[in-house]
Design a protein around this ligand. Structure first.
Ligand code: B12
Length: 239
């Protein structure tokens, strides 16, 4: 029998590592306590959690002239729009609701399906951003008055949009805690955390971790954590 060994040092290490110093985040440390969430909990209200799929970007570019595509009448290549249920957010929302939180999901690409704007002109075509615009997102945030905001980033190509949304949220209020999660954040967590305004990144499946993290962010004393489920080190586990 033949065996083959794989030299892992030669495999590509995927990352969106910036070529400059990371921004972390303009020298302010992560916030690990939601003051408004703690006040809500202490007043007998449910802390509020808003979960976002950020607006998305897609590329539209002309087919190469004289190519087989052009010959059969396909003038443009377009990355299709993402349509689908954000299953990951539904799952963490369910566990957060069961743990006593008031949760709302905003699927920006879907809610603003017909809103498209040219984001960047590139060599041959352009990048289009679609979904809710930033004024609409701001109004949603102001209307719901969340304590904590979660951003899903499953696709590395959409990381720039997730990062922009985190900036927008911190512009609204630095007291809002921003949590990132999803496949991209899980795979490239170091840069997701150190080069964005996100306070916490949750790795991999978050069905159990997310409510524990919410408890840790809205708890006033360790005894209270014990009352809620006995997970004193939730922050450590989540980070
Ligand atoms: C289903 C799927 C799709 C579906 C999506 C349908 C939908 N309803 O959204 C379709 C077919 C459309 C799709 C398309 C693409 N996909 Co896809 N897809 C998947 C797949 C197989 C499963 C995703 C899923 O729903 N999982 C189930 C849910 C429950 O899990 P989840 O979303 O990961 O959520 C959990 C955690 O991540 C976390 N979590 C998620 N969000 C958040 C947010 C917060 C705040 C927190 C705390 C936690 C958290 O908690 C959740 C519960 O445990 C993954 C591979 C995988 N195994 O994950 C690839 C995957 C996400 N896809 C991938 C890619 C590349 C694509 C495409 C770009 C492919 C292409 N070239 O066109 C397109 C993009 C589509 C677009 N237009 O933008 C890559 C992304 C890699 C990367 N780093 O970019 C993956 C990881 C596959 C891979 N290994 O290559 N995809």
């Amino acid at each position: 029998m033949m065996t083959t060994s794989i030299d892992k040092s030669k495999s590509p290490r995927f990352s969106v590592a910036p070529s400059r110093k990371t921004l972390r985040h303009l020298d302010s440390p992560s916030r690990l306590r939601s003051d408004s969430g703690c006040s809500r909990y202490a007043a007998g209200d449910r802390p509020r959690v808003l979960l976002f799929v950020p607006p998305y970007t897609r590329l539209i570019e002309p087919s190469p002239p004289k190519s087989a595509f052009a010959e059969i009448g396909i003038a443009n290549f377009e990355v299709m729009k993402r349509a689908g249920t954000p299953i990951g957010l539904l799952r963490i929302a369910t566990s957060a609701i069961r743990a006593g939180y008031d949760v709302k999901i905003i699927d920006s690409p879907f809610f603003g399906w017909n809103q498209e704007q040219v984001d960047v002109e590139v060599d041959q075509g352009h990048l289009i951003r679609y979904g809710l615009n930033y004024d609409q997102i701001k109004s949603e945030i102001n209307a719901f008055e969340p304590d904590i905001i979660g951003i899903q980033c499953n696709y590395t190509v959409q990381w720039g949009n997730a990062r922009l949304l985190a900036d927008l949220i911190k512009e609204i209020s630095t007291n809002l805690i921003v949590i990132g999660g999803g496949a991209h954040c899980s795979g490239d967590w170091e840069y997701a955390l150190n080069d964005s305004a996100m306070d916490v990144i949750v790795l991999n499946e978050a069905d159990k971790t997310f409510p524990l993290l919410l408890d840790a962010l809205t708890v006033v004393s360790v005894n209270e954590v014990e009352i809620r489920g006995g997970v004193g080190a939730a922050i450590g586990q989540a980070a």
